[in-house]
Ligand binder design. Structure first.
Ligand code: GDP
Length: 444
């Protein structure tokens, strides 16, 4: 989980403080020493840590805190404020040009996730009713153009390409003309990366910049490379000038050093964070919500936004009707599971619920859970339509066939059928509960 190590340590430190009632200056100093260690272990830039701790200390060793009735809470609040400020304070958006198309140029090193992010960003913008055009200008990485075309097809977003024989500058220029002709209001250019920063790469990017004058130049960097990501951001910013950073693979970054250092070191805000390989897994970066997650205070706002995006309300209504008529089938069951899966992996979801972040480690089953979901999908897909509609007809020999077809065991099929029957029973009870006028429903 993102920031897992840091979150664990900070939460332990503050738990100790809470147990202490009134705080002395040395209690605060001890706690801050632990905060400092935790940040350094999370691979946060040394100077950033020093400044951060100094700021927190200045505020924490004041009368309002030490003499307050809830001093530990005050310290947590200060750390929360300062973490938020460290990551940029407020959310930074893409600057949309009043005169379309808005041109966004994505830059970065090979493997950072630039091409994938181009697709994710286009999808995010499409969901906001924009008409993006993806531009394949990475002519050096073999297969980058094809990769973008495949992404575009999957997302039903147009991709502009002139193959790998034209220069990126020419491709970018022609792409913008194309966007104007076809009323695409956002152009996302996937520029060429290299394995390392070199003069050739920078010269090429500079000439694209001069020719197309993008509204936004966003650097795509891999969060898991920690301080290397910060160094890369510094070089790109010095040579090219950046409007922001997209941090990818934050889902696999238990430390969080890049996320916490990039803004402070380079001055460039993080605008988006990649949270997984799925194309929906790109989130606007909210410094305040990230700080809450690190301190174990959850991020219910993001969870609600995700649910709003992932859940299809027409389907939900249709489902309610089916429940009323008792027509809930295994197909609907599968559909429900898939909708929940769109929200993210189980540990990502738990991390957003206040106080639940720590649970993911205890569960250790988060991954297993993903596997089980896949298994459930396989089992239901191995059933005939008739069986899905009426599971009562699934006798012993049918169970054997389904197990063989889905590569599972008969016990797994039995368990799933039982879960389905239980779920149906529970939903029926919930319905009756609501009908009888009592307030029903689940809480988050
Ligand atoms: P490029 O060379 O920079 O264009 O990199 P690609 O777009 O081909 O991505 C490299 C790898 O990183 C691919 O396997 C992607 O699926 C993976 N990737 C990209 N973004 C994320 C992310 O946010 N999370 C995870 N887990 N993987 C990602």
């Amino acid at each position: 989980m993102v920031f897992e190590g840091l979150a664990d340590k900070l939460q332990q430190t503050f738990k100790k403080l809470r147990g202490r009632g009134k705080l002395s200056e040395s209690d605060v100093n001890d706690a801050l020493r632990e905060v400092r260690m935790a940040l350094l272990e999370a691979d946060v830039n040394f100077k950033v840590v020093k400044d951060f701790v100094a700021k927190v200390k200045e505020r924490a060793i004041g009368h309002e805190v030490l003499e307050s009735l809830t001093p530990a809470q005050q310290v947590v609040k200060i750390v929360n404020d300062e973490l938020t400020a460290l990551m940029g304070g407020t959310m930074s958006r893409i600057a949309i040009s009043p005169k379309p198309p808005t041109v966004v140029m994505l830059v970065g090193l090979q493997g950072a996730g630039k091409t994938t992010t181009a697709g994710k960003l286009a999808l995010l913008l499409k969901k906001q009713n924009k008409r993006p055009l993806l531009v394949a200008a990475d002519i050096y990485r073999p297969a980058a153009i094809k990769q973008l075309e495949v992404l575009g097809e999957k997302l039903e977003i147009p991709v502009f390409t002139l193959g790998d024989k034209e220069k990126p500058v020419v491709i970018a220029k022609k792409a913008i003309e194309h966007a104007q002709a076809y009323a695409n209001d956002i152009v996302i250019i996937d520029t060429a990366g290299r394995l390392h920063i070199n003069a050739e790469l920078m010269d090429e990017l500079k000439s694209v910049k001069q020719t197309v004058r993008p509204h936004e130049i966003l650097l795509v960097v891999d969060a898991m490379t920690g301080q290397d990501a910060v160094t890369v951001a510094e070089s790109f910013n010095n040579d090219l000038g950046l409007d922001g950073v997209i941090l990818t693979k934050l889902d696999g970054d238990a430390r969080g050093g890049a996320a916490l250092s990039v803004k402070a070191v380079t001055g460039c805000p993080i605008k988006f964070a990649g949270m997984g390989e799925k194309l929906e897994a790109l989130e606007p970066f909210h410094p305040d919500r990230m700080a809450s997650r690190i301190l174990g205070m959850g991020d219910v706002l993001s969870l609600i936004e995700k649910a709003e995006q992932a859940i299809d309300f027409d389907k939900a209504q249709a489902l309610e009707k089916k429940l009323r008529k008792e027509e809930f089938t295994l197909d609907d069951f599968l559909d429900q599971l898939q909708q929940v899966r769109k929200l993210g992996s189980l540990d990502q979801i738990l991390g957003m619920i206040p106080g639940m972040g720590g649970l993911t480690k205890k569960l250790q089953g988060a991954e297993l859970d993903e596997k089980q979901l896949k298994q459930v999908e396989a089992i239901i897909r191995s059933m005939t339509r008739k069986e899905r509609r009426d599971p009562n007809i699934i006798n012993g020999s049918r169970r054997k066939r389904i197990a063989a077809g889905s590569g599972t065991r008969v016990q797994d099929v039995n368990r799933l059928l039982k879960q389905f029957v239980d779920a149906r029973k529970m939903m029926k009870q919930l319905q009756q509960h609501q009908k009888s006028g009592k307030k029903g429903g689940f809480k988050l």
